[in-house]
Design a protein. Sequence first.
Length: 133
Amino acid sequence: MRLLKTKSFTIVEALLAIILIAIVVVAFFASLLISFDYLRRVMELRTAALALQEEVSLVRELPFSNIQSLGGTFSASGMSSLHNATGTILRSNYGGQNNIVKITFKLDWTTFDGKYANRSIVTLMTEHGINKK
């Protein structure tokens, strides 16, 4: 009787293939999770930048006399999607001159992973408009 020889994988080769496939799958899903975390962080930064820009636009429309009495906080519509977001306005005379005001808008929030984050933007306002002292 003649034995048929067939090509087949040994148990060691099969286990090695399964282990390699498992490593590739785990690495793929880990990189996917890291990518989603990065995307969420970028979305938060974009939201913060838009909220700051919105507030700057609102303040730049105010008359100079109202800017002199500007409050210390703000709440833009975009801040609602940021966790524990608080907006602060700091106002000071620029270069010791009373007719130029430096306004700093600062936004603080807690990121999705519980870390503290902040962004700020600065603008100058003059009593008689841009490029005028």
